[in-house]
Design a protein around this ligand. Structure first.
Ligand code: MG
Ligand code: MG
Length: 270
């Protein structure tokens, strides 16, 4: 997505942080509902309830006709899975992507976890290294002059773990719409990327696959599956870049827990 970047005031970022905290709660509720024997519809119901209780509305519901408040993607489903009758099984790798709006300002975040007993150590690595690649990207953002530095940091963690960024799917700016310029890639290109400036709010979202970065879309026109059937993970946060530093809008600790290993301390929005 190209075009003008929407730069936010600190007051606007504070509203985005409110939306972000509702997303955090919705993801926690959705994760708690994702137990063996539950349906993905049950997961969506929990997310929708938490969004409503937070005084927010869903930005997923109705987005280009999307029928639910979150995406639930299991195993070889990488992103955009539609909640429905599918029943969660022991060892499933579950990605939940959710968003919320408060006063017109959007939040967007995703988590991946294993339900019950992991099927393999590789599944555990997949989930953990995808999470680390997200925080490596966020940490890079704290000092980046160009957005390409974030993409490189994500790619380096993926590379070291032998995981492949899903091709053709990227992170994005976020603000008065869920998806805005600029694109936030999970891999290097020839471009150094746009300049990183205070006022930007970005959703960084590595989507990493065990097999290759190739994918197909199911007949439901939404669900993205890995082309070779291998498992995938997806982690996402919305982050504000303000005059004094960065702050993860979709985490009540501002990202401090995930950023610690990278030596970055988030700065609250003034
Ligand atoms: Mg998302
Ligand atoms: Mg997103």
């Amino acid at each position: 997505m190209s075009g003008n970047i929407e730069y936010k005031t600190t007051a606007q970022m504070r509203v985005m942080a409110q939306a972000g905290l509702v997303v955090e709660k919705a993801l926690a509720a959705a994760k708690a509902a994702a137990v063996v024997g539950a349906s993905t519809f049950d997961v969506d119901t929990a997310a929708a309830k938490a969004i409503a209780e937070g005084g927010a509305t869903s930005n997923f519901l109705g987005y280009h006709g999307f029928p639910a408040s979150c995406c639930v993607s299991i195993n070889d489903e990488v992103v955009h899975g539609i909640p429905g009758t599918r029943v969660i099984e022991d060892g499933d790798v579950i990605s939940i992507d959710c968003g919320a709006i408060i006063d017109g300002w959007h939040g967007d975040s995703a988590v991946t976890f294993i339900v019950g007993t992991p099927k393999s150590d590789r599944d555990i690595e997949l989930v953990e290294e995808t999470r680390r690649s997200l925080f490596a990207g966020i940490a890079a953002l704290a000092t980046a002059s160009r957005l390409g530095e974030v993409s490189a940091a994500v790619e380096d963690v993926a590379d070291a773990a032998g995981l492949y960024p899903l091709e053709g799917y990227v992170g994005h700016g976020i603000g008065t719409a869920m998806h805005q310029p600029p694109d936030v890639l999970n891999y290097r290109t020839r471009s150094r990327g746009v300049k990183v400036r205070p006022g930007m709010c970005l959703a960084i979202e590595p989507m990493l696959v065990i097999g290759t970065g190739d994918s197909n879309i199911l007949a439901d026109d939404w669900t993205v599956i890995s082309a070779d059937g291998s498992r995938a993970a997806h982690w996402e946060h919305s982050i504000a870049i303000h005059e004094a530093g960065i702050w993860v809008l979709t985490a009540s600790d501002g990202g401090a827990g995930g950023l610690a290993e990278f030596g970055v301390v988030p700065t609250p929005i003034p």
